[in-house]
Design a protein. Sequence first.
Length: 471
Amino acid sequence: MPQLLFSYLGHPLRGGLSNLNESATLRHFQMKTILLIDDDEICRKPAAEALRRAKWEVIEAVDGDQGVELAIKHRPDVILCDLLMPRSNGFHVCRAVREREEIKDTRIIVISGRDFPSDRQSAAEAGADDFLVKPIELAQLHEALKRKTSMRGEIQTPVVPAAGPSQKAPSDQSTMVKFWGVRGSIPTPGQTTVFFGGNTSCVEIRADGEIIILDAGSGIRPLGESLAAEFRGQRMDITLLITHTHWDHIQGFPFFLPAYEAQNRVHILGYEGARDGLAATLAGQMESPYFPIALKQMPGNIIIEELRELTFNVGKVQVEACFSNHPGVCVGYKLRTSSGTIVYLPDNESFNKDTEKTHGGALPRNLEKNIAEFIQSADVLILDSQYTADEYRTHVGWGHGCVDDVVQIALTNDVKRLFLFHHDPAHDDRYVSNMLMHAREVAQKAGSTMRVDAAREGEQVVLGPRAVNGM
């Protein structure tokens, strides 16, 4: 009977590195020491035990930071590293190992419960030699170790701009949410998108004296113009939270006016870990010949911080991040303000019980459970709702949401107000309106009082004693 070795988070009985009868095929390898890095003990412990039975000396690490420390100390022959982990994800581990002279040649195999092609490419660029999808059998590990070729890409070290002085925005008892970009993939200007808007992802939050911006799609350009007109040369302290570095979430930053004023402080936070890291990714789109001004030439005090922890504070606002089901390292943010809780998950594919193939070919149920807990009882939930049910059937595994599933997960988790977000560039105003009416019907049939809206540019919501809805 096959012995479980590795399975996806939360479902150890669904499969794993197994088939101990093949363990003998590994014994002739000179490689004997393997470092296993996975924050999920339910997966890691059986994996370690099965590898030990296959005559490997196994070193276990519970996160990426510890894994790198143990790699430096023990210099293992192989590193088997999970992709999505707090502190340092699999991309971070690959980069850190390749940058250390004493361990830079260590063989690294990234493992994941997802099989997005972009994850494979990013792993290669970060320095991984191979990429295996859970559940894995020992025979697959055997084949990966036999392969003489490596998918490893070139590694570069990002340069992070120095920090500068800052000043907070005026405090206010209420919390304001305003949409500046609501589209996905690419801006869609024109007469057919006037009502909901054609700019890509950007949401402004004013809470507890902070100006917080969620993503830097093309919508950040008009937001920057508005801020410049409001502050009229006074210093601004702005925090920009990046969910991930797909272009529709960063493409507007080179046009963000506050970043061109020397007295302003723009603090950019995110979890990008592939290849060069967050700073170099943001700088890359501003290199010649793409843009006339380099990131380091922007006069504003721009501080770029690649986060490791999933919880942090922006002033008095408590922020929590959660990995979403989307290619690459992509997160959502939950902001706990004095007036209510806002959850922003612009790119996420929810579990669909009627579809056999989901989540890029895997079923990360623990990820689904984490997201459910993440959005629980949110006052405002801004959630990826790109496809209708019919469209989703041909877009399974793309990393985007089906509106029926989105409404259901919001209903199940007692969300007070849901905003459909990340509108498909092919959907005009009429199409988005029809999706909205359908979503409201689904909620009404369920007997829910949850309010459902489709996000549109210029709309704002105020939470607190002076709460108002709409413009």
